[in-house]
Design a protein around this ligand. Structure first.
Ligand code: SF4
Length: 398
């Protein structure tokens, strides 16, 4: 087994990156971030496929406002991808994201970078310096060409601005679509900075070639002990990125092979049940059965089945009942006290007979009962139980 490079550690919304922590899998949504429902649905699919951190673009104020609504309901920490406008980084911090990604080639004014780093420092939010060979600062490109040294210089220059305001919660990427360039840049960077590194071959293209290129770059570095978090950048459904990342780590023996994959929503103002306790009981009851399925425990019936529709099986709570769903379709409504037993029964059914058989044996009245509960809760609670609109107003005042 190769020795991993020791780095500092950063905490991305509860996921530790660096300092020997398990290498984490990342992916990025392809939806408009302003489209809250579509983005959340994709985030849940990504989490179910193995993504532990998800990046969303924050390219305008509508996207920042979308993040304010998405963050309280996301099952994994979110990174806001900032390209040109430093004010959008501030808005994303208002929205409560767990990390920012800044491209040094795009935000170039030192005073703007310092403002963002200061605000991130005050909030305890890390920043990824995301250097990209395709969008280098023209000054750096002129001096160094598109070379490993140019990518490393860009990262070091950004670090210098961060250091001026005492900000060190940093991870760094130096991505390129050319695998050799990417590998050499990361090797060079690993020798000169103590920060955790996010690995990726940018614009790798569609599978299977994209997966091959990304694997060539990422696996080469991981086998040298370099890299603390990874992303496959594929021209495909991002679920494929998350799966590929997870599979690579498992193939290299860097993460344990997954059997049961239990995901749970983080709970929010809508939760109708103690999600943590139900998730723990479900993990305990299902864990020993070694079922190779994804199971979701969701705090509410208003959003749960839709948000976790990528999972094979799930349960969502509402009005003292549990809505059991298979791939997002409600198949049975059970009393709240029987939620875990129902998951075990249907988990075994899916594992032995398959999803289609499980769907075919759905209770006839389940969907209508579930919809009635959902509507009743919407009437009682309204649309905005997370007070996301108050945050949106803060963003609008910037
Ligand atoms: S309680 Fe409902 S809306 Fe809130 S995070 Fe869980 S599933 Fe999503």
């Amino acid at each position: 087994m190769f020795e991993r490079r020791m780095t500092r550690s950063v905490n991305v919304g509860g996921v530790q990156v660096g300092a020997g922590a398990p290498i984490s899998v990342q992916s990025m949504t392809t939806t408009k971030t302003a489209d809250v429902d579509a983005t959340l649905e994709q985030i849940y699919s990504l989490a179910a496929a193995g993504a532990e951190i998800v990046r969303c673009t924050c390219n305008d104020l509508e996207a920042a406002e979308g993040l304010a609504r998405i963050v309280p309901r996301s099952p994994v920490p979110l990174v806001a991808d900032i390209h040109f406008q430093y004010r959008l980084a501030l808005a994303a911090l208002d929205a409560g994201v767990a990390c920012l990604r800044l491209n040094p080639g795009n935000i170039r004014k030192a005073e703007h970078i310092r403002v963002v780093a200061s605000e991130a420092r005050d909030r305890g939010v890390p920043i990824r310096i995301g250097v990209n060979a395709g969008s280098l600062d023209p000054q750096i490109e002129e001096k160094f060409g598109i070379t490993p040294a140019a990518l490393v210089e860009s990262a070091k220059r950004e670090l210098g601005y961060f250091e001026e305001v005492g900000f060190q919660e940093v991870k760094i990427s130096v991505k390129a679509s050319d695998v050799r360039l990417m590998v050499d840049a990361y090797r060079m960077l690993a020798d000169v900075v103590p920060f955790p590194l996010h690995l990726g071959v940018t614009e790798a293209g569609p599978p299977p070639t994209g997966i091959l290129k990304a694997t060539a770059g990422i696996a080469t570095l991981l086998n040298e002990g370099i890299g603390d978090t990874i992303r496959y950048s594929l021209t495909a459904d991002p679920v494929e990125e998350a799966r590929a990342g997870r599979q690579l780590l498992e193939a290299l023996g860097l993460r344990e092979r997954s059997s049961l994959d239990l995901i749970a929503c983080p709970s929010c103002g809508r939760a109708e049940v103690d999600v943590i306790s139900i998730a723990e009981k479900a993990q305990e009851a299902l864990g020993d059965l070694n079922l190779p399925i994804q199971v979701a425990v969701m705090g509410c019936v208003v959003n749960g089945p839709g948000e976790a529709k990528g999972a094979d099986l799930g349960i969502a709570a509402g009005r003292q009942r549990g809505h059991l769903f298979v791939r997002g379709q409600v198949v049975k409504v059970v009393p709240e006290g029987e939620m875990v037993e129902a998951l075990v029964e249907w988990g075994q059914k899916i594992a032995s007979e398959g999803v289609d058989v499980a769907l075919a044996s759905a209770d006839e009245s389940a969907a209508a009962e579930a919809e009635a509960d959902r509507q009743a809760l919407l009437e009682i609670q309204g649309e905005d139980v997370n007070q996301a609109e108050a945050v949106v107003q803060t963003i609008r005042k910037r």
